[in-house]
Structure formats: structure tokens, C-alpha cells
Write a new protein. Structure first.
Length: 312
């Protein structure tokens, strides 16, 4: 917008001049809440005026929000895209209005010239890390896995499934016996796990739960406990995000492993944006965040303490 342009001419672009629209998915998980908090904090620290829109899990709401940001003439738009497809038209509108778009935490299926960059983890790798952990933990034992998938059509659900399947591919003793979406929420994770337990003869033959995020794992843990099962010991639990609550579950011996996803996607996004607006520095199309495995031997209590005040 005009303010950013003026600042450029003055040779001292200051972020305080920027107005940025942020189309957030909603608040399905503890991780999502932390991402929202961190993004708002990052904006505040940099003097960015952040226009926040909560899409309540609906892509149509996100598209409307983005059109609204374009109409307002914001300097840039951040989108955490709920699903991977269906973005081309609105991204072209942003491009025609000369408004750079940065994707946060999820990838999309669209030509990459339609956005400036995407700040995400390698979600196939996350699934692979989770699967590799399970392969190591079960050895030669027959293992029936219950998979709780993320939101259908979202890049993390597609990719975390793929990576996990790659990890167990050479291990015919490990099979995904049931797989269903739990929409990344605790409530649905619990509900789906209850139905899996019923369908699996009270859960006695279940060897492991692989949840695409910690919140669904926490819901599943609840369902297992209510059914008299022992998550963390009789049934292994591996998931993704590394939110504080999964470390409490680990501390109690009820969860085994998680792959960390940083909620700070906005920091690298604003860095890239500020450099781009200042002197045209073009960032790489993908700014990849780290994926670190935590297990019960990593002092879960201490990790919990270190994370609990970070906006989750
Ligand atoms: O896109 C990231 C995923 O979305 C997180 O892993 C999950 O918790 C969130 O809902």
C-alpha cells in the first residue's frame, strides 16, 4: 500500500507502516491457539497493524476474508489454508492487486507464483519421524495401528499419513487397521477412538494409536482410559505438535512420543515480508521449520514447564 511505498522512498522502511491481514483457520487445537497468540505478539512487537479473521474451519470464510483484505488495500496477507485445493482464483485477485500473500503452516495445490512464500514444516517428514519411532518401539511384534487423521483435504492430514505409511512400508508386522478423521480436535479424537475400541473387541488387540496431532491423541487417551485400557504402556501413543498437554500425558506414562511443530510461523513470515518490501529481496518459496522428536525419556515435566506459558 501507499504507506509502505512512502517508507521505501524514505529509504527506511519501518514495519510500523504495515497493515497485514491474517486469515486464520479457527481454534481447533492447542497448537492453533498458540499460533494465533504468537502471530499477534509478533505483529505487536514489530508495530504491524494485524487484521485478524477467524474462518471457523471454512474455506469459504477464508476466501471472503481475503477478498475483504484486498478491498481494504492491506500491505500483505497471511493465510493458514484450511484445505489444500481451491485457492487459485482468490490468490490471482491478490496478485492483480499487488498484495503479497504468505502461507502459514499448511501447503496448497496451486502454482507457486501465486504466493510469496510458505512457512511450514515438512509434514511428510513429520509422519515419517512418527512412523520410524513406532517401528523402533515395536520391533518384530505384530502391531495393529489406529490412525486419527487431521482435517480431510488439509495438507498436514494428507502428508502426515503419507510419511507414516512410508516409514512402516518395509515392516509388514505393522499395519494401519483403522483410519478416520478426527478433525484435529480433542472431542472428535475421543469419539473416533471410542468407535475404534468398540470395533476392535474392546481394544485388546490395539497395539498403537497414531494421531496427526496431540489434541486428538489426548482425546484418544481419555477414551482408552474410560474403556479400561492403558495408553502409553499397553497401547503406544505417537502424535505431532508437542503441545504442553502431551508432555503431561507423557509424564503420567500415557503418551510415548510427539514431533514438535513450532507455533512461530509468523516470525519468519514477517522477516521475509519486511525484507521483500524494503528492497525487493525475494524469499525462497518454502521456509521450512524444524521437526524434532520428543519421547518420554526427554524429561516431559521440564518440557511442559518450558512451554506452558507460550500461548497454548
Ligand atoms: O497445520 C498444522 C496443524 O493444524 C497442527 O498440527 C494441528 O494441531 C492444527 O490444527
Amino acid at each position: 500500500g501507499a504507506a509502505a511505498l512512502l517508507a521505501t522512498f524514505a529509504g527506511t522502511v519501518s514495519a510500523s507502516a504495515l497493515t497485514v491481514g491474517f486469515s486464520q483457520i479457527g481454534s481447533e487445537s492447542g497448537w492453533r491457539a498458540a499460533e494465533t497468540t504468537v502471530t499477534q505478539q509478533q505483529a505487536k512487537d514489530r508495530g504491524v497493524d494485524l487484521k485478524f479473521a477467524d474462518a471457523q474451519q471454512k474455506q469459504e470464510n477464508q476466501i471472503k476474508a481475503v477478498r475483504g483484505f484486498i478491498a481494504q488495500g492491506v500491505d500483505a496477507i497471511l493465510i493458514a489454508p484450511v484445505v489444500a485445493t481451491g485457492w487459485d482464483a482468490v490468490l490471482k485477485e491478490a496478485q492483480e492487486a499487488d498484495i503479497p500473500v504468505i502461507l502459514l503452516d499448511r501447503q496448497i495445490d496451486a502454482p507457486d507464483d501465486l504466493y510469496l512464500t510458505a512457512v511450514t514444516s515438512d509434514q511428510v517428514h513429520e509422519g515419517k519421524v512418527a512412523g520410524d519411532w513406532l517401528v523402533g518401539a515395536v520391533g518384530d511384534q505384530e502391531c495393529k495401528v489406529m490412525e486419527l487423521q487431521g482435517t480431510t483435504g488439509s495438507s498436514p492430514a494428507i502428508n502426515r499419513k503419507k510419511g507414516f505409511e512410508e516409514a512402516i512400508a518395509g515392516h509388514p508386522n505393522i499395519t494401519i487397521a483403522r483410519s478416520q478423521t478426527g478433525d484435529f480436535t480433542r472431542t472428535k479424537g475421543k469419539e473416533v477412538m471410542e468407535s475404534f475400541i468398540k470395533a476392535e473387541n474392546g481394544g485388546k488387540d490395539i497395539c498403537a494409536v497414531y494421531a496427526h496431532n496431540d489434541d486428538m491423541a489426548v482425546g484418544a487417551i481419555q477414551a482408552m482410559k474410560e474403556a479400561g485400557l492403558k495408553p502409553g504402556s499397553d497401547i503406544k501413543v505417537v502424535s505431532i505438535d508437542a503441545v504442553p498437554d502431551i508432555f503431561l500425558a507423557m509424564e503420567n506414562g500415557e503418551a510415548n512420543a510427539t514431533v514438535e511443530l513450532t507455533p512461530n510461523m509468523a516470525g519468519p513470515a514477517f522477516d521475509a515480508l519486511e525484507a521483500y518490501l524494503k528492497d525487493g529481496t525475494v524469499p525462497p518459496k518454502w521456509i521450512q521449520t524444524e521437526s524434532k522428536l520428543y519421547t518420554a525419556s526427554d524429561d516431559p515435566k521440564a518440557v511442559y514447564e518450558s512451554k506452558k506459558d507460550l500461548g497454548y
